[in-house]
Write a protein that binds this ligand. Structure first.
Ligand SMILES: C=C(O[C@@H]1C=C(C(=O)O)C=C[C@H]1O)C(=O)O
Length: 289
């Protein structure tokens, strides 16, 4: 049985067919720049809606206190992070058990402690290079979300004690942002496959600046920022059956939208796009591992 395949292999190799196949056919066809950009465009909807949801609630500061007056005490009587941290950690555990992180598109903020047992296994596609697949910037996303974005997002109402609902909204925002930003791994994979020679040279010389320059498209970034600002205007209107929508034409003030479109623009400008590009560079640096 083995002999014919060995002969065939030797014959194909001698014709350089295998080498040709390996070079011309990428290991996972079907992933292209249009496809990955289409994914990012759809993710914008999820990000904007999650921000609109969180903006319904007041800040609810006690939920973010590292020494909360509620929640289980940790070992030696020490508190185990804030209520929100606990909420995210435990929610991720059940989602890990249900298989969420079997997909490479999903990256948890905390290491899952439990095996995936709740659902039948699914054969997720593995488009990423194994040596680079674990690259992510979830720590930076966590800090940015709580320190920079949330204070601009939450409404000005007083504490309503509804911490579980507030934390669930935070989790939705964090997961949407994480999926969007860490999807930079897929974008980088596509760009690498599209220009292997140039990327390989820069990866070998570990030239981060040149990699950043090569993967950047300023025109695309401008489109993305203007589009998310517009989505915040369109999705953030009050819809009524009588006459035109009550708010939301381009001349309305920022405060008449559920989330200020300028906050969404700035979020993408200062954080989402730069962090996505950071993921792309980090991924590429491990692309030949
Ligand atoms: C994601 C891409 O790579 C970079 C990052 C972008 C983004 O985060 O939206 C947009 C353009 C590029 O500078 C891309 O080319 O689409």
């Amino acid at each position: 049985m083995a002999a014919p395949s060995l002969y065939l292999y030797t014959y194909l190799l001698s014709c350089n067919v295998i080498t040709l196949l390996l070079v011309v056919v990428p290991p996972c066809a079907g992933l292209g720049l249009d496809t990955v950009r289409g994914f990012l465009t759809r993710e914008e909807d999820t990000v904007v809606f999650s921000l609109i949801e969180r903006a319904k609630h007041p800040l609810n500061l006690p939920a973010y206190d590292d020494r909360p007056c509620f929640g289980p005490a940790g070992r030696h009587g020490r508190r185990n992070g804030s209520f929100v941290e606990l909420f995210v950690r435990e929610s991720e555990q059940i989602q890990a058990k249900a298989g969420r992180y079997q997909s490479q598109q999903e990256v948890p903020f905390f290491q899952p402690r439990v095996p995936f047992t709740l659902a039948p296994p699914y054969n997720f596609t593995t488009d990423l290079h194994p040596g680079a697949a674990s690259v992510n910037v979830n720590d930076a996303i966590w800090g940015m979300y709580f320190n920079e974005l949330l204070p601009q997002l939450a409404n000005n109402g007083s504490d309503d004690g509804n911490y579980a609902v507030t934390a669930a909204s935070d989790l939705a925002c964090l997961q949407a942002l994480s999926r969007r930003i860490n999807y930079g791994r897929y974008v980088a994979e596509v760009k690498f496959r599209g220009d292997q020679q140039r990327y390989t040279a820069l990866i070998r010389s570990k030239d981060k600046d040149a990699l950043m320059k090569l993967l950047t498209s300023q025109a695309q970034e401008d489109v993305v920022k203007r589009r998310v600002e517009k989505k915040a205007m369109v999705f953030g209107q009050d819809v009524t059956l009588n006459g035109p929508t009550e708010t939301g034409d381009d001349t309305s003030s920022q405060s008449s939208f559920k989330v200020a479109p300028s906050v969404v623009y700035e979020l993408y400008d200062r954080w989402v796009i730069p962090l996505t590009k950071q993921v792309e560079v980090e991924y590429l640096l491990h692309r030949l591992d």
